[in-house]
Design a protein around this ligand. Structure first.
Ligand code: C2E
Ligand code: CA
Ligand code: CA
Length: 694
């Protein structure tokens, strides 16, 4: 027999490759069982290739470490066959450990098959040397090598199966198992090699035909290491991805929780929103039914919030809402629900023993809201109006309760605000009435039921007339003459104000052109614009068309815009007003003094007139504060070169006082009520105030 020898460096190297291959295989096994569907199949295919190549490469390096006194070589075809056997048995092994269960019988079966596969690879690889005469194997050692292969495979399968779902210290355990497996594989190989006997005079036909395979060996080693490295890198990256996915899943759950919170709460005040309120209301109804008890639903709407919002901007408005929410929250019991259901609308749901409790609670809320609010260094005062509906008396269903509390709230507003009101059945009639009124209003234009009255404006103290203000009335077929305060808000709400406003403008222009042609050349016509009209895209064109239709100079038309409308969206308002002014139309700021105009803003407004709000004129004689305000406004107007009009002049005392303060023009019942066009001319000529044109 030939004496064989081993290159110890390569032997060591083969052991390293075996351990690395085992580690990779164990790692892959973990992925296969945690992946699903197509991904699992890819992991299986990739894992089998990596593991098969690894085991086979260990074997091949082991062969290279081996030398005989004669030159050795390997038949490529048989060598490739041994590689395929290695990959196939690896695939089988991986598939086996990825099963949900691995009973003993299956483990033994798998171990035998896998062991046989590894052995087959080994001895096929040996056959690739194509020795002549053939290799003689020592039977006992040959059997031992196969037994080692089977036992090693069984151990490896068992370890891999048990490690796959482990997550703690898995790397360390896997490393240990890989070392055990590596030694087993190497042990099998070298036992098999020891079993091989090469008779003296043997020739390696593969070496003779194929020549030296040394360079091929180096390529194979490099490729193997690369395959294993790539497999490991992919595996580690995937693990990272998995852990990132896990983190993502956690944050997704958190986001979900947050979303649920957001869906049920108001973003600004963090109070429950309408959705949550409806749920609580549902429960309150159920528990009231069960316990035969009652509860109160209170609808609250802040008074004057819009003015604050317009004057100071949304930011301050928002801060105020937050403060209001907090203050109400502090003054109700924890079992009561306070929800925000709209801009400045809140709903309070509170258990009560008797209706008087609701009154006490409402009173408390009114009081705390009335206390001034400190918001961004400002002292703001507002109030609230509350409508109260009691379950079950005022409605058995959610909607009924809400609608009725809302109706009661409107009543509280009508009573002068800063008060509460219990629901009464008659209030609902009012709702129906309003609906009917809206329907009628839709038809009012077609049926020519709208009419204009004109109220003269006088040079202080008593003339001459400088112009008129057009005031719309609705001559309703059954209700008689309806004042604008009763239908303009409805028209605003329904958008009907736009066609109505167009008609008013057209009619007013027609009338003033008639009067001017009749000789009253210095009269101007004032037309009121509501907020919706003012913000409507068609305004400029409508005004231009009306002027053109009656061939009017723009200077004889004055548009009255209330201070709060002009303040609402300062920049947009400014743009619209400048456009109108640019056309030559006069701008008058109506109800001045009720808003919170800043002087700076007022200076930029292209207005030519300020109308002091009626409210200041009313108590002028008694209220020194009002007198101070009026004289301040007059001074302001003089500085800004604006015409100052006092409206609502009812007494001679007011007339005298306002004139003394420096108002330029006066308007009011004392000097002239709103009248039809004919009546106006008649009255004025009788009183001889009219400077008759020639
Ligand atoms: P406003 O622009 O402040 O109009 C003046 C209101 O004061 C008129 O009420 C007028 O009748 C009333 N008034 C005049 N002199 C006196 C007085 O000496 N004492 C008292 N107590 N009141 C006086 P009216 O006609 O009921 O109009 C109410 C509001 O309706 C108007 O307030 C205006 O904002 C709006 N409005 C009237 N006509 C129109 C219109 O054609 N379009 C729009 N958008 N709004 C209109
Ligand atoms: Ca007006
Ligand atoms: Ca006014």
């Amino acid at each position: 027999m030939f004496a064989s020898s081993y290159n110890s460096l390569l032997v060591l190297f083969s052991l390293l490759v075996a351990i690395l291959a085992s580690y990779t295989a164990l790692d892959m096994a973990g992925h296969i069982s945690s992946a699903q569907g197509r991904a699992a199949r890819w992991w299986l295919a990739g894992g089998a290739c990596a593991m098969g190549t690894g085991i086979w490469s260990m074997h091949f390096i082991g062969m290279l470490a081996f030398s005989l006194p004669i030159p050795l070589g390997y038949d490529p075809a048989i060598t490739v066959l041994s590689l395929l056997i290695a990959i196939a048995s690896s695939a089988f092994a991986l598939w086996l450990v990825a099963r949900n269960e691995l009973p003993w019988s299956r483990l033994v079966c798998g171990a035998v098959l896998m062991g046989a596969g590894v052995s087959a690879m080994h001895y096929t690889g040996m056959a690739a040397m194509r020795m002549a005469p053939g290799i003689e194997y020592v039977p006992s050692l040959f059997i031992l090598s196969v037994v080692i292969a089977i036992v090693a495979s069984g151990t490896a399968l068992w370890i891999a199966y048990n490690l796959r779902r482990l997550s703690v210290r898995v790397r360390l355990l896997r490393g240990g198992a890989a070392v055990v497996m590596g030694f087993a594989i190497v042990g099998m190989h070298y036992t098999g090699m020891t079993a091989a006997q090469f008779p003296l005079g043997s020739v390696c036909r593969a070496a003779r035909d194929g020549g030296d395979a040394g360079w091929l060996a180096i390529v194979i080693i490099i490729v193997t290491l690369a395959v294993l490295a790539i497999a490991l890198i992919i595996s580690v990256l995937d693990l990272r991805l998995e852990s990132r996915t896990a983190i993502l899943a956690v944050s997704l759950a958190e986001a979900n929780q947050e979303l649920t919170y957001l869906a049920l709460h108001d973003n600004l005040t963090k109070l429950p929103n309408r959705v949550l309120l409806e749920d609580r209301l549902d429960r309150a109804i159920q528990s009231a039914n069960r316990e035969n008890s009652q509860f109160a639903l209170m609808f609250m709407d802040l008074d004057g919030f819009k003015t604050v919002n317009d004057a100071y901007g949304h930011l301050i408005g928002d801060l105020l809402l937050v403060e209001v929410a907090q203050r109400i929250g502090l003054n109700v019991r924890s079992q009561d629900t306070i929800a925000r259901v709209g801009g400045d609308e809140f709903v309070l749901l509170a258990g009560i023993a008797e209706p008087a409790d609701a009154a006490t609670l409402a009173d408390k809320v009114l009081r705390v809201i009335l206390e001034p609010f400190h918001v961004a260094d400002r002292l703001l005062r507002i109030s609230t109006s509350i409508g109260i509906a009691i379950y079950p008396d005022d409605g058995a269903r959610q909607d009924d309760l809400m609608t009725n509390a809302d109706a009661a709230m409107y009543h509280a507003k009508a009573l002068g605000r800063n008060t509460y009101c219990f629901f009464e059945a008659s209030m609902n009639a009012n709702v129906h009435e309003q609906l009917q009124l809206v329907q009628d209003l839709r038809l009012a234009l077609e049926r020519h039921e709208l009419i204009l009255q004109y109220q003269p404006k006088f040079t202080a103290p008593n003339g001459p007339v400088i112009g008129v203000e057009a005031l719309v009335r609705w001559s309703h077929p059954t209700r008689g003459l309806i004042a604008p305060d009763q239908f303009i808000p409805l028209a605003e709400k329904t958008g009907l104000i736009v066609p109505i406003g167009e008609w008013v403008l057209d009619e007013a222009c027609r009338q003033i052109s008639e009067w001017r042609e009749a000789g009253r050349r210095d009269w101007t016509m004032a037309v009121n614009l509501s907020a919706l009209q003012f913000g409507h895209a068609s305004l400029i064109q409508t005004v231009r068309d009306a002027l053109k239709r009656y061939a009017l100079e723009p200077g004889c038309l004055t548009l009255e815009v209330t201070e709060s409308t002009a303040m609402r969206d300062a920049d947009t308002s400014l743009r619209i007003l400048q456009q109108l002014r640019g056309m030559g139309v006069n701008i008058s700021i109506d109800d001045f003094g009720t808003g919170y105009s800043s002087l700076l803003y007022l200076k930029r407004l292209p207005a030519s007139e300020l109308k002091i709000d009626r409210g200041f004129i009313r108590d002028l004689a008694r209220d020194s504060e009002d007198a101070a305000i009026v004289s301040a406004i007059v001074a302001l107007g003089q500085t800004l070169n604006l015409n100052i009009v006092a409206e609502g002049v009812e007494t001679a005392a007011q007339q005298e006082f306002l004139t003394r303060l420096g108002c330029d023009s006066l308007q009011g019942f004392l000097l002239g009520r709103p009248m039809s066009a004919e009546h106006l001319i008649e009255t004025l000529s009788q009183e001889n105030v009219l400077n008759d044109a020639t």
